[in-house]
Design a protein around this ligand. Sequence first.
Ligand code: OSB
Ligand code: MG
Length: 375
Amino acid sequence: MDINQVLLQRIKMPLKSSFETSFGKVTEKDIIVVRVFSEDKVGIAESVAMPFPIYNEETTGTVWYMLEHFLIPQLLEKGVKHPRDVFDMFSYIRRNNMAKAALEMAVWDLYSKQNGLSLSAVLGGTRKEIEVGVSIGIEDNIDDLLIKVNHFLNEGYKKIKVKIKPGWDIEPLRAIRNKFGDDIPLMADANSAYTLNDKALLKELDTFNLMMVEQPLAHDDIIDHAKLQAEMKTPICLDESIHSVEDARKALEIEACKIINIKIGRVGGLTEAKKIHDLCEERDVPVWCGGMLEAGIGRAHNIAIASLSNFTIPGDTSSSSRYFNEDIIFPEVTLSKPGMISVPERPGIGFDINNELINKMIVNDKTFTKATMIS
Ligand code: OSB
Ligand code: MG
């Protein structure tokens, strides 16, 4: 593929409003824009790690470190023939999946552009439009939550996901059901806030006709999730516990979940994301594409993977305006019709880059070339 240069730009983007989960609050997006250059084309991606190691062990800082010291030197020295080689090339390095994914996704975009195909087409996507939902953080009070739910339902989102934690679970869900009825597509995401000691409360969730409950138990558990799933009617969806297709296989084998949330960053890139998709498809397990409050470049990659056939549940990829006053891509991600986003057909991720905006928000940047790597 002839990759001769990589550019990293760390940028900080203001969020329209803070986003709170059971593990903490985010007030701005701290991302690394990664570009890989060949003779005449550029591939692009963004890192999805949070600024603090509270969702997983990575941070924006560790992603930069891994890229600078291990991943970029490898890629520039060894080169690849196909983007699927990148995952294998990095497999001797333990974890750091979000760092690996940031570079691998840029290589996939470059490959698509070199071949004049959309990223969706290169990945084997079949959908022209994807169904999307929205994720709502923990709010200050029930009234604020209901206002948000109402707003996003009016925009047509096909899945309302609300964050829950002990003390903010039964009451908000009941309030939503009371106000909007039993039929709106509703789910809850606990981000690992409970243990099996909370079984009685978790079983009470069965009364709310939820599409699923996401990651109720520990971030590194599948055993207790299997125990809980055996006693709950509501399908369990795993997020934090699944880092690889092997994790997915084991979770499905012991029936720890009935649905998997696929996040490209969490699993180390598009190659592994597609493998998890394929495994789940074979086993009739639906998947959907999760989110990490991505800016536009990350959203574009999510749209491409979500165009694969077994993404049968609306994902968390909302419009750019859900989180940002201004996004780093042209055009911004918008709903093509209520609850739908069209999959771009242009080569690569199919969006242009708003470099002027990126340049205004840069806190650090660095260029790597073959020559600088060898010295
Ligand atoms: O658990 O899905 C999650 C955001 C940051 C970290 C973890 C999660 C989330 C979200 C937001 O739920 C999804 C989005 O809108 O991008
Ligand atoms: Mg989640």
